[in-house]
Design a binder for this molecule. Sequence first.
Ligand code: 6LW
Length: 538
Amino acid sequence: MNRLIVSLLFTSSILCSFAQSLTTSNQGFKNPVLPGFHADPSVCRVGDDFYLVNSTFQYFPGVPVFHSKDLVNWEQVGNCLTRPTQVDLRKTDGNSGIYAPTIRYNNGRFYMVTTVFPSRRHFYVWTDNPAGEWSDPVVIDFAIGSCDPTLFFDEGKCYFLWKEGDIKICEIDVETGKQLGEIHHLGVGLGGRYPEGPHIYKKDGYYYLLLAEGGTEHGHHVNILRSKDLFGPYQSNPSNPILSHFNMKMQNSSIQGLGHADLVQAPDSSWWMICLGYRTSAYLQHVMGRETMLAPVKWEKGAWPVVNGDGTLQVDMKCATLPQVPLKQDPVREEFEFVKRNAPKDSYHSIGLPMGWMSLCDPDYTKYSLTERKGWLRLHPSTTDLSVTASPTFVARRQTELTFTATALFDLTHLEEGMQAGITAYAAPLNHYDVVAEKRNGKIFMKSNVRLGQTSHNEKEIELTGNQAYLRITSDKEFYYMSASSDGVNFTPLAKMEYRFLSTETIGGFTGVMLGVFAQQNVEGRDGYVDIDWFEYK
Ligand code: 6LW
């Protein structure tokens, strides 16, 4: 009888997994797989689990950690840099802070190695649980300068690579970060601008060196070389570049700037490449920063890898995928319920904000509360203005689509005279479009504020009726539109401003527009504050 039950159970489990494989689509996906400002992606696999990290520059917490079972559907499970003792981001901006990270796994430990600017110090943190807290930094003290470090584990040894003029490599003691052995030079790829983002893979008796060249603009592309000896000399793939949109075929693609890639093999032995790219809008400019893209790779034994057939990728990818495991979608309306995490007091995670929300530089956690009024985000204003390169009272999530509507509901009962609070499409301290509620002579006004370089302009303001303010920013790929309402139904247009003046091409730097809320005041020591009931993004 038992034998019969066991065989029935076994048969049913086979049928279930077969049925499951039929129900979850193995066909096609949309790029970017991580939309919005998710630059410099790096990926690794442990068993059936993929983990991916991105650069974050002046934003804190730094280096988000994403998890996936299929490389298409990703869930943010943590951040590598959550404590000010791990990294000093004071006064950093879109050209400094945390540059490209690499995530690797070895012997039960995850490692994330990166570089902090302006010191250009390379360091890594490690953990055995990527969704938890990561270690304090292990600083690489023998190599200061440039960026894009990576780790390569081979035959029980750990190698540290980085770009400093050319691509350099040396063995390190992974417990201490100390240099072991001499520094070897792996060249500059094929001689394109800015050889960077190196990674090494060992396959079929070769060491493969993958790197980006051309700079992270339209000329960006990826080359691969190989050698039988880890320290070279490396021979170039005759079919380089293996990934590029810098050609006539892709000159009109809505995705440009492909580069900074990493390769990973799936449990079914298929190979995949993640990389960065950006989606252009008007004037071939982009506002959302560099986003994470995915492409299939054909990598036969002893052959060179071929990315998606011809080294290009599309928004609508038609290729077969791994069995897709759809994830719970982010809520359209963030209700600011406190999220309990096993985090120490000095971790940003102790504030209880949902994953994906970030502040600037070195935030004062006491300015943010999800517990003083349950279900509301309370912001205590600071005298640090949004237009200062520091840490204003500000928290934001990425703009992930070209067109959107972002609305937040503010309770301004405790807004003091001279205080301001609002919603912002923030690209940089001197490049943001805001809808601001301000208390003046006992009355509350809602106004647009456009900050562009040395210019700050308030186009229009209306008086608030009551204490509940609905502040809104929408976009249509040409303009951002600022509007406000006292009842959440009738919105008064206040201003519109060109998309392009928040683009990377206009501002420079390496980040993308963030949509968030802020509070500021012109004098210290006031005990006013604002409460935000929800933030809706669709
Ligand atoms: C990063 C470099 C790059 O260090 O841009 O696109 C730099 N690639 O690899 C900043 O993201």
